[in-house]
Design a binder for this molecule. Structure first.
Ligand code: C2E
Ligand code: MG
Ligand code: MG
Ligand code: MG
Length: 290
């Protein structure tokens, strides 16, 4: 039976009755339709500067409202799309939409767009970015592309050529989910990242009195500072996590403590109300001294 375990999650129909591959193909078909029938949407989650709680950017996160299944999580459908070239079209759609939406925000506010490894290592990717920049007219440094280290698993010549072109265009590059996977430091040495995003798993374990996680966050912040890269700590939910991460020197935070991802209409309404700042949800308002 179909099972919906809470908002934004989707469970596969009983795997014993339906082949996993068959299920995947159904989802792919539906996803192709979703792209042309406007079932896909981008929601935006703020990235907040800790010193003054200013919103410095938003990350675009894809949402799919399936006509029968309801909300399907990107954690489910993105990997499915990544198993084929469909990810290129999905990614291109997201890139363009995110840039168009960002043009309605204050100029100081950036937009971050996730780019899957398959999409990034596709030869045509730099041309897509070039075209979207030209057609939307967005300032290149307002666009930040979020990559994971899986981009380094492919053809290294294409990858380094793509990095070079993107840098010359002036877009920003962020290394997402840092600390998971292999996290080889040579990626930081050889690739021109402007930002590192510390994976949520380190923040999660911080609350369980895991001193090592806190020390790793501190070390990643120190490393990034030394390399002249920005750091955003992802997935900060609770007030004690927020306080700890601020005390470790985090300058940028993204997490439910400030806001979940919300539709463009909500973002625009906030902006119209002067909402360039956002307060953390917590027992009281905590501001780190720095
Ligand atoms: P990601 O890029 O690492 O995005 C961060 C994820 O953490 C998002 O999940 C976000 O909603 C969630 N998150 C942020 N703060 C908190 C928090 O405080 N608590 C908790 N529990 N979660 C938090 P989401 O939106 O479900 O997206 C999951 C993943 O799907 C993304 O991880 C990204 O890898 C992928 N994805 C989403 N949209 C796109 C897209 O347009 N293109 C590509 N290629 N991938 C996408
Ligand atoms: Mg991301
Ligand atoms: Mg991430
Ligand atoms: Mg991720």
């Amino acid at each position: 039976a179909a099972k919906n375990s809470g908002r934004g999650t989707y469970r596969f129909y009983s795997v014993d009755l339906m082949d996993v591959e068959e299920e995947r193909d159904l989802l792919l078909d539906d996803l192709r339709k979703a792209l042309v029938t406007e079932q896909l949407e981008l929601h935006y989650q703020p990235v907040v500067r800790t010193k003054d709680h200013a919103i410095v950017g938003f990350e675009a996160l894809m949402r799919w409202d399936h006509p029968e299944r309801g909300s399907v999580s990107p954690a489910v459908f993105i990997p499915v799309a990544e198993s084929t070239d469909l990810i290129n079209q999905l990614g291109q759609w997201a890139l363009r939409r995110a840039c168009e939406d960002a043009l309605k925000w204050p100029e100081s506010v950036r937009v971050a767009v996730n780019v899957s490894a398959r999409q990034f290592t596709n030869k045509g990717f730099p041309a897509v970015v070039t075209q979207v920049l030209a057609e939307t007219g967005i300032a290149p440094d307002r666009l930040e592309l979020e990559l994971t280290e899986t981009v380094f698993m492919g053809d290294s010549e294409i990858t380094s050529a793509t990095f070079k072109t993107l840098k010359s265009l002036g877009v920003r590059l962020a290394l997402d989910d840092f600390g998971t996977g292999y996290s080889s430091l040579s990626y930081l040495r050889n690739a021109p990242f402007d930002k590192i995003k510390v994976d949520k798993s380190f923040v999660d374990s911080c609350t369980q009195k895991d001193e090592n996680s806190a020390k790793i966050i501190t070390a990643i912040i120190g490393l990034s500072d030394a390399l002249g890269m920005e750091v955003t700590v992802e997935g900060v939910e609770a007030f004690d996590q927020y306080r700890l991460v601020c005390d470790k020197g985090a300058k940028y935070i993204q997490g439910w403590i400030f806001s979940k991802a919300r539709p463009q209409a909500d973002i625009l309404a906030d902006i119209a109300n002067g909402g360039y700042r956002i307060e953390p949800a917590g027992p009281d308002t905590y501001r780190p001294e720095r």
